[in-house]
Design a protein around this ligand. Sequence first.
Ligand code: JD8
Length: 242
Amino acid sequence: MRIDLISIFPDYFEALQLSLVGKAIGSGLVDLGVHDLRDWTHDRHRTVDDTPYGGGAGMVMKPEPWGEALDALAPVGGPTPVLVVPTPAGIPFRQSTAIELAQSQWLMFACGRYEGIDARVIDHARTRMQVREVSLGDYVLNGGEVAALAIIEAVVRLVPGVLGNPESLVEESHGDEIDGLLEYPVFTKPASWRGLDVPPVLLSGHHGQVASWRTAEARRITAERRPDLLKADHFGNPIVSE
Ligand code: JD8
């Protein structure tokens, strides 16, 4: 998978060289390109922003540098990426979005700052490539970089060959494979720590009982913290025990 990132803070993405994504880059499963938007400015102040039409606080990112950057990185007539644009006005990013994006061969992230990117940049890009405006969640960040980092981690770990043991994908929270419940609690040695003991069923070796305990715990925690994830009955009430 090819991933390109465009930002005025390219150093933000040094973190991608670490851990699982770093290994995926090292093994060639992921080909990463990080680009400074200012490389597509032509004035000595390398200006990327200007005042908003219609007034209002803050500054807006100018369309020209973005247009030139996208033309340079995805030349017209050539193969096109899926342009991923993090924005608080985007469609919520979910595990299902990550699974969809992981099918793509080429992702390009347009990371905005200030009050956002001139809307014509996205309208123009839509004329020649798939564009996904996504939001990481209902809170305000100062730019798209952190969202891009989270989205890339969620997507790259789904790329075949990246996860050492793809089995671990099967049981995950929000995983579409199983029932979309939240994670059950996990434990490791020692069996007793500061007077706190691991639930005996987990030491029993009785796989059936362990599985039942884990499912019951996953349901309990989901009902407590995310009833919206639970299947609802005809009246819309969450179905906790099946
Ligand atoms: C991109 C500029 C800052 C946003 C004025 C603060 C995503 N879940 C999310 N929250 N915030 C973002 C996000 C924020 C961004 C940009 C994404 C580009 N900003 C702006 C509008 C209000 N400032 C996000 N994904």
